[in-house]
Design a protein around this ligand. Structure first.
Ligand SMILES: [Zn+2]
Length: 258
């Protein structure tokens, strides 16, 4: 469905209601960034996942606009379930059913405005949170909401496209996430502190499978895993490009064009 009309990247919270009313619904894709309010080591801000989710959504939007679509980036959802990091000051963890209800209600409100396609740009990997998103997608489907694209980058095939650290499962405030924050919000990174942190290659994925439920149980006493000192803005830019392409492909697959 390539169209003659030019695509555009739009931010819902920067438009007026009349401008939103007049958007061509046949070409409109809403993109919802989903982050967390969560401890990310002594070197990254609690907004780390929001920074990543926004970068993914904006890059996905840029690519979808290149296909003639109107890519509408929604204000992010930050408050979510983050039980693994709940013991650290600054983490605000809410019940997973709250997250499911919020995402489903946002989708229902958009559907009432004839928004027919929604893409989730999620950057928070706590298993309880991921479960709340799968439940939300299921509820949206049952309630005849918008079509939903939810490329879960912790799973195949998407995970295979991302960096070795992400694939290793030792991925929280390490090289993968640190690189993206360096690329988009370097002023928020405590770079000297980051450079001093030893690598901690403990796989969160393996720990989760083994039934562990908090960072402290796995030896993450300062709330990071992976190799923060190896982070670079260049790697962050490359990862953002891949995340945007993943979001674009998930939407293309959902819409069934090309
Ligand atoms: Zn994170």
């Amino acid at each position: 469905m390539r169209t003659e009309a030019p695509g555009r990247v739009l931010a819902l919270d920067e438009l007026t209601w009349t401008e939103i009313r007049d958007l061509d619904r046949g070409r409109l894709i809403a993109l919802l960034p989903i982050g967390a309010v969560e401890a990310h080591g002594p070197h990254l801000p609690t907004s780390t996942d929001r920074v990543i989710a926004l970068a993914m959504a904006r890059e996905g939007a840029r690519r979808l606009a290149g296909r003639g679509l109107l890519a509408l980036v929604l204000p992010p959802i930050d408050y979510t379930a983050a039980p693994f990091a709940a013991g650290f000051p600054g983490t605000v963890s809410v019940r997973p059913e709250t997250v499911t209800a919020l995402v489903a209600d946002v989708a229902a409100a958009l559907a009432a405005q004839d928004v027919r396609t929604l893409a989730l740009a999620n950057a928070h990997f706590d298993p309880t949170h991921l479960g709340s998103l799968y439940a939300a997608v299921e509820r949206i489907r049952k309630e005849n909401g918008p079509r939903v694209a939810f490329p879960d980058v912790t799973r195949k095939p998407w995970a295979l496209r991302l960096t070795d650290e992400l694939k290793s499962g030792a991925c929280h405030a390490g090289r993968y996430e640190g690189s993206i924050v360096l690329a988009r919000r370097p002023e928020l990174v405590r770079q000297e502190r980051m450079a001093s942190l030893p690598a901690r290659p403990t796989s969160l994925a393996a720990a989760i499978r083994a039934g562990q439920t908090t960072f402290e149980e796995i030896g993450g006493h300062d709330a990071y895993f992976g190799d923060p000192a190896a982070a670079t803005a260049e790697e962050g830019e490359a990862t953002i490009a891949v995340l945007g392409a993943i979001l674009e492909e998930a939407v293309v697959e959902l819409l069934g064009f090309e």
